[in-house]
Design a protein around this ligand. Structure first.
Ligand SMILES: [Zn+2]
Ligand SMILES: [Zn+2]
Length: 328
């Protein structure tokens, strides 16, 4: 039986229409399983090819060798040389392509996988996210710092080498500003953070919970747009990702790696994206928003109905997905 479900934090609707036959195996695609080598001569992110990248803006070293690097993206869609100025183009509005695009090279090894690398390495990745988020947020012309990962070709990854990206832009798109506005309206109405309420609910009913750690919970959202979609949220109310403490950082690395590992094992290494949603540092310690990380596996494709209505049809029940993820 299908039903409409509303995302309480955005007002968006989805249709959950579980197909009885859909099991994890139905989502496992036939892929050419090629062995990825630990080093590739042609990979610009592999040790020895550092000259193919720009100078790093952040680096972690051990015994004189780098173990993580953040470099400016050479194919950047935005840069800080463009003027951060809006201009009228006849009827329309345009602006200089002001922003910053960086690549986080997560490990020297070409075939490392964030889901299976040593957890200390994942902690370095999260620390790099935090440092770059805070530094880029200091630029008054930057409206939003977006940290994300594309894993696998259908998720938009063009290089195999383990990496994530940061794109900071001078404009914030309507669907993000509206989400923040929606949360602010909920706060004005109920006097509480809608995300904190959601965390409380998920911990009480537990059927969509994937796992919990000391400082975070991971769950499949009630109104998931995609099968096996997950959110990781800090238990403590916190609007800004950049305020994460070193202790929370280690715990975040642990829970992120654990859920990505569950996803990889349950669905045979599916392609996925994840992104961190946060208000910018300049917004101060707001009470109405709650930063989080969203994971969206690329198992089904959005089509005309989704493009036309932005109502997503999810063929899997989030409660079933959570139970399967919990057990693995
Ligand atoms: Zn490589
Ligand atoms: Zn909250």
């Amino acid at each position: 039986m299908s039903e409409f479900r509303q995302n309480i934090s955005t007002g968006e609707w989805v249709i959950v229409a579980p197909e009885r036959t859909k099991r994890p195996a139905d989502y496992c695609r036939e892929r050419q399983k090629t062995q990825v080598p630990a080093h590739s001569e042609s990979c610009p992110f592999c040790p020895g090819n550092e000259h193919k990248c720009k100078e790093p803006v952040y680096e972690v070293k051990s015994d004189g060798k780098w173990t993580l690097r953040v470099v400016p993206n050479i194919f950047a869609a935005v840069n800080r040389q463009s003027p951060p100025v809006r201009a009228k183009d006849g009827l329309y509005l345009s602006a200089g392509g002001y922003g910053e695009a960086e690549v986080i090279i997560e490990a020297p090894s070409h075939n490392a996988d964030i889901a299976f690398m040593p957890v200390e390495q994942v902690q370095d990745v999260i620390r790099a996210y935090r440092c770059r988020f805070n530094e880029l947020s200091e630029d008054p012309n930057i409206a939003i710092v977006n940290i994300f990962k594309n894993y696998g070709p259908t998720a938009g990854a063009s290089l195999v080498h383990p990496h994530s990206q940061i794109i900071a832009t001078m404009v914030s798109p309507p669907h993000i500003t509206e989400q923040i506005f929606y949360a602010r309206r909920a706060f004005n109405t109920w006097g509480r953070c809608v995300y904190c309420d959601m965390i409380k609910e998920e911990l009480a009913v537990r059927k969509r919970l994937v796992m919990e750690s000391e400082h975070f919970i991971a769950f499949c959202p009630f109104a998931s747009k995609y099968p096996y979609e997950m959110r990781i949220m800090p238990r403590k109310h916190s609007a800004i990702f950049g305020t994460i403490t070193p202790e929370e950082e280690s715990d975040f690395a642990f829970i992120l790696q654990s859920v990505l590992r569950k996803l990889s094992l349950l669905l045979d290494y599916p392609d996925y994206n994840y992104y961190i949603r946060s208000v910018p540092n300049s917004d101060g310690l707001v009470q109405y928003y709650h930063w989080h990380l969203a994971i969206t596996p690329r198992l089904v494709q959005a089509a005309g109905f989704e493009l036309g209505t932005r109502i997503y049809i999810n063929p899997s029940l989030p409660e079933t997905c959570a139970a399967e993820l919990r057990e693995i």
